[in-house]
Every structure is written in structure tokens, then in C-alpha cells.
Design a protein. Structure first.
Length: 221
């Protein structure tokens, strides 16, 4: 799993195409995209990118910037990691997961994109609970990362709608925040941080929990 690169300062190179992301381009120029669609629709889309779109479509909307963005294969399929370097409210990333050349999962850790209720990355989990009812909670017992607060990630999920919220920990303020909003095919399994939901590291915890129970420790797995 690639470490978060929220503070990377890349520039954006776009092809001149007629898409929801548009920008003036010339050969060799770095440009700033204009993203006109920013709503996250559970089970459907993140901004202009839809579940089921082709890899070519994903790369046309979010072209990879040389030396900044990345692409790799993992046990979930292929991942495109696009860094949102021009977001005026803070940098983040868009992770696009593909199988057989089709988008099956989209993860936003940039607050450029938001749900219809206005929920975005970096918000408080309390905003989720207010608008999304009957979510189930899970934790991923992989070794915690210092960049995500040195605590296991927590996930609040609505499988029927195809949306999940990943909660990381902010040590300075001793609280959880929304690290990612994930959109996936409704009713289907998804890949939490490149892990399988059938893994023993993936454990259900009480609904709306902010921390895993004390008896669940990553060192046990």
C-alpha cells in the first residue's frame, strides 16, 4: 500500500479533451484542471468518474503526472493514484481501482469531492452519523502507519448503497477524521486498503465505533 502523499506539490498535465475536466494545454505545458463535477454519489461516481468506466476514460479524466502520480498492480487489481495538487482547500488523492480494465472502486482523500450532504475528506465522523443511518463498522488490523495516527483504520460502511468512510486518527487533537470516502458497486465486496474482506485482519466491530475493542490488536495477526 502506498503511503499518503497529502503534502506533495505536483503540477498537472492534461490532454485537450472534451470532458468534465477541462484545461488549456500545449505541448510540454503544466496546466491546472477545472473540475466541474465534485459530488460523490454512493455506488455510482466520484465527480466525473463513474463505477464501470474504462481505464482509458479514467486516465483521460485524471491523467497521471510524471514523477508525481503512480500506477501499480496489487491483489485487488490495478490502482491509479492521482494527486490533487491544485485543490485550494488542501491537497489529497484520488485512488482509482480497476479490474479487467474497468473501474470498480473509487477512493477520495481530497476534500474537493463531497457527498450530496456536503461530507468530505478531513471532516468529523459526526457528520456521517447525522446523515447515514444503519452503517456497519469494521477495523483493519494491519500495522498502523504514523502518517495515519499510528492506530488501526476504522471503516463505516453501507454495502447496499456502495459507500464506505475510512477513519484515521489525528494525534494532535486526539480524535478521528474522515481519511477517505470510498464508492464501490452496491452489494458487492470492496478492497479496504488493498486487503480482502475475507482476511482475518478485517474484523467487524460495534456500529459507529471510533476505535477497535481493546482485545483486537494488530500484533495478533
Amino acid at each position: 500500500m502506498k503511503l499518503p502523499s497529502i503534502l506533495i506539490l505536483p503540477s498537472v498535465l492534461l490532454l485537450a479533451v472534451s470532458l468534465p475536466i477541462s484545461a488549456k494545454t500545449s505541448a510540454g505545458d503544466d496546466t491546472t484542471p477545472t473540475i466541474t463535477e465534485t459530488v460523490i454519489d454512493p455506488g455510482q461516481r466520484v465527480g466525473p468518474l463513474k463505477i464501470g468506466d474504462s481505464q482509458d476514460r479514467a486516465l483521460a479524466l485524471f491523467p497521471l503526472k510524471q514523477g508525481v502520480d503512480q500506477q501499480w498492480d496489487d491483489k485487488c487489481g490495478t490502482t491509479l493514484d492521482w494527486v490533487d495538487s491544485t485543490n485550494p482547500n488542501g491537497r489529497g488523492e484520488l485512488f482509482i481501482r480497476l479490474k479487467k480494465g474497468k473501474v470498480f472502486q473509487i477512493e477520495s482523500s481530497t476534500n474537493r469531492f463531497h457527498t450530496a450532504e456536503g461530507i468530505a475528506a478531513l471532516d468529523s465522523p459526526s457528520s456521517i452519523r447525522e446523515h447515514f443511518k444503519d452503517l456497519r463498522a469494521y477495523t483493519l488490523l494491519t500495522p498502523p502507519l504514523p502518517t495515519l495516527g499510528d492506530r488501526p483504520l476504522v471503516f463505516w460502511i453501507d454495502k447496499k448503497k456502495g459507500i464506505a468512510f475510512t477513519l484515521a486518527f489525528y494525534p494532535k487533537e486526539h480524535k478521528r477524521y474522515i481519511y477517505k470516502i470510498i464508492v464501490f458497486v452496491p452489494g458487492k465486496e470492496f478492497c479496504p486498503e488493498e486487503e480482502s474482506t475475507s482476511s482475518p485482519k478485517w474484523q467487524e466491530i460495534p456500529p459507529y465505533s471510533l476505535e477497535p475493542p481493546a482485545d483486537l490488536s494488530p500484533e495478533r495477526y
